[in-house]
Design a protein around this ligand. Sequence first.
Ligand SMILES: O=C1O[C@H](COP(=O)(O)O)[C@@H](O)[C@H](O)[C@H]1O
Length: 322
Amino acid sequence: MSTSVSAAAAAALLPILHGRRSPPASRVPTIFRRRIGPSPRLFSSSSHSFPILTAAAMATAPAASDAGSKSKLLVFDSKEELAVSLAKYTAELSEKFAAERGAFTVVLSGGSLIDALSKLTEPPYLESVDWSKWHVFWVDERVVPKDHEDSNYKLAFDGFLSKVPIPPGQVYAINDALSAEGAADDYEACLKQLVKNGVIAMSTATGFPRFDLQLLGMGPDGHIASLFPGHPLVNEKERWVTYIKDSPKPPPERITFTFPVINSSAYIAMVVTGAGKAGPVQKALSDKQTSSDLLPIEIAVLQDGEFTWFTDKPAVSLLQNK
Ligand SMILES: O=C1O[C@H](COP(=O)(O)O)[C@@H](O)[C@H](O)[C@H]1O
């Protein structure tokens, strides 16, 4: 269900990119300042233009279920409002993919993302979401036991998975008995088996798995998953899952999806809050990037999907025309 849009909200919608060359799809945002209640529609811009959306255009803008190579930037007044919107967005995609495919493949990151999922564990979503269709994966994981404080599995279990009735057999944690190399191989083999079984879709465009929704966060250095600025892993083109033993952020040993897998997703929700992340947000959403010093967040460009930024005011504080 969509919310009607006020003229004041329309006036707050500004284009921020005016570059001479066409940027990739995930860099063509419009800013929608959230001032109109807890359940906004999502507004998109095409990858080939920089529209100023009018109230009329906003009223007919496609909803979250209309996929394409699109990018959106949502700015919320509070983490609470962000969480409400993220829950609605995720629940709508859950319904769409459950109906279309009989399964909903969801990829989680660690970090602050898990807190932002809190509203999904409450009414009405606790009862209305068909959790039996969910299959849960991790975009990255630290090579530590599952009950370790650094484990992304533990973080997600404590904050989200233990509160919703997803069948345990559909939660795909890494094998924490293996080395980093072994765990990456094992996780990739698991994904390949699930592609064979039809649980995970394949991207015909890229030949890599196409997850329905990746719920991701970004570090203050612009890293996503365990793909860090300047690290050779950002250039991996063949593997689905790889490992790192020298992560600049502890713990040093991790496994991570590669960019071909991240960028083959149908939908990405990039949840980024706080002033500490304003620099990479500004760099990712500006038109001044050079190809030599791209941050990982700038390399996250969907081939054929919809990329939505869920942000707050401090995170976009360095953007012009915000
Ligand atoms: O180390 C990691 O950091 C990033 C970002 O975390 P945040 O707390 O700054 O949101 C996270 O997305 C990743 O999964 C995690 O392993």
